[in-house]
Design a protein around this ligand. Sequence first.
Ligand code: FAQ
Length: 316
Amino acid sequence: MENVMELEAQFQAKIDRGEFIEPKDWMPEKYRKTLIRQISQHAHSEIIGMQPEGNWITRAPSLRRKAILLAKIQDEAGHGLYLYSACETMGISREELNHQLHTGAAKYSSIFNYPTLSWADMGAIGWLVDGAAIVNQVSLQRTSYGPYARAMVRICKEESFHQRQGYELLLSLCRGTAEQKAMAQDAMNRWWWPSLMMFGPHDAESAHSAQSMQWKIKRESNDELRQKFIDKTVAQAEFLGLTIPDPDLKWNAERGHYDFGQIDWEEFNNVIRGNGPCNKQRLNHHVKVHEENVWVREAANAYAKKNAKKSETLVA
Ligand code: FAQ
């Protein structure tokens, strides 16, 4: 018992010195579980997040837009794979992670349970959803678990491209016809509040924050990151000529931040409990594709086994 307390004290001291925890280091079981929960939720979000955009590949208005959208969605798949790999270093299999997603034991970001109704939604997702993801992920580059922090460095670079492509798409629509501008405003109206919900509940309501901050899994709180996102996004909306759908949004010189209106937490809780507009559709699609593509996993495994045998013979 004493030994565990000593190990825990050494573990916390290492974190307090700002050193990374690596896969083979001793760690409390709760730290491991918290990271599996957060990294897997993050990985599932990247993969489920391909669906709302994938919906628009065939309807992109030009070859240029189609190529950009395809590249972006492929990047999201790559992010999911880095994150699943980081998660597997904690001793959990990919199979178990998928099982947790399919049975509802693991969540994914609330934002991907909203429908993509128009082409402008591709711009709003890039600008607002990737924009919110970056604010959160820049902070996670300094998270205490080494493999997660290193995955974030590359992911942030790619998300930055995603955010710019979304902004450029919306800028084209805002400089186009009145109808195109209205389409951009409609997308802004639908995606603004769900983007703010991506940062999670208020700090006072956040079940995991206190422990995750102590372990430096989280370096900034849900509310701090949400405020950062709002503060940097308002001027970008003004440049586009779009109105943020919040009558209470205004600069507070005393705080040096924007004040903003109430988030609809009932809607948020409803979505994370599985009752958002697209939860069932997103999960059913993932289960269906996972089952249909069992032959791909079998073929990849057979190929890997064959190659391993070949290199064994070569070594012998
Ligand atoms: N959606 O105590 P907290 C992307 C849950 S970016 C669903 O505050 P925590 C890129 C939370 O899990 C999106 N559930 O939790 C992309 C917990 O439930 P649990 C993904 C949420 O972990 C762009 C409960 O509420 N990014 O995919 C949400 O300390 C475009 C209590 O909450 C990440 O995952 C939510 N929004 O803080 C891809 C970033 N918020 O698990 C494609 C990494 C909270 O006990 C296209 N994650 N919950 O059942 C994090 O930074 C944290 O996990 C937070 C939540 C900040 C999301």
